[in-house]
Design a protein around this ligand. Structure first.
Ligand code: TMP
Length: 209
């Protein structure tokens, strides 16, 4: 049996990732492919508890957060993502390792080498096959984040923060063009969905269907 593909959605705040993850899953199911939608932090009972710790309790120390994200990821990979891929299911994760590289690495300036080592223990060898980066201008991310009010955990009120996060994701796309596709988040949700579907067709489905 063919192994499933691992697709991640990444990007700054309130870019519409969750909606698009669900829409992509519906399209893949329509194409006859078994699909699982999951998210980070989260994806397992332990991961959802860790999500609560991070988003509600706001650890003071960035390394605390990094290790909590890594712990949640290790469980998620071992107990959900890898077994699903093994049985041929396509896995779509709403955020994954690039969020760590950008938020903990670029924003909180935790050493890249430390983050790479953690990836080695939590992700390898199942790195995402395709990463869809939903890109938004910093002003729009900031406005949407502030409207949602979910982000007291870091300095979401500062435009520079959103600019830095955006740059972080675009740098990853630039350095790993085989894995990453940038999607214009200013399009309507229907048009974002179409752009996502086009990328999935070109990068993955053309090779398996
Ligand atoms: P969201 O799921 O509503 O986007 O919220 C998750 C928050 O956690 C978001 O601000 C990004 C952040 N995050 C990290 O800082 N590092 C990570 O590794 C992940 C997965 C998320």
């Amino acid at each position: 049996m063919l192994r499933g593909k691992f697709i991640t959605f990444e990007g700054g705040e309130a870019a519409g990732k969750s909606t698009q993850a669900k829409r992509l899953a519906a399209r893949l199911e329509g194409a006859g492919l078994g699909t699982l939608v999951t998210r980070e932090p989260g994806g397992t009972p332990l991961g959802e508890d860790i999500r609560g710790l991070i988003l509600k309790d706001h650890p003071q120390e960035p390394v605390t957060e990094l290790l909590l994200f890594a712990a949640a990821r290790a469980e998620h990979m071992t107990s959900v993502i890898r077994p699903a891929l093994d049985e041929g299911t396509w896995v779509i994760s709403d955020r994954f390792m690039d969020s760590t590289r950008v938020y903990q690495g670029k924003h909180y300036r935790i050493e890249r080498e430390f983050i790479s080592q953690l990836e080695k223990y939590t992700v390898a060898p199942d790195y995402p096959t395709l990463t869809l980066i939903i890109d938004l201008p910093a002003e729009v991310s900031m406005e949407r984040a502030n409207t949602r009010g979910t982000l007291s955990r870091y300095d979401a009120a500062r435009l520079e923060t959103h600019q830095l996060l955006r740059e972080g994701f675009l740098e990853i796309a630039d350095s790993e063009p085989d894995r990453c596709v940038i999607i214009d988040g200013m399009l309507t949700p229907d048009n974002v969905e179409a752009a996502v579907w086009q990328a999935v067709n070109e990068r993955l489905l053309a090779k398996v269907l």
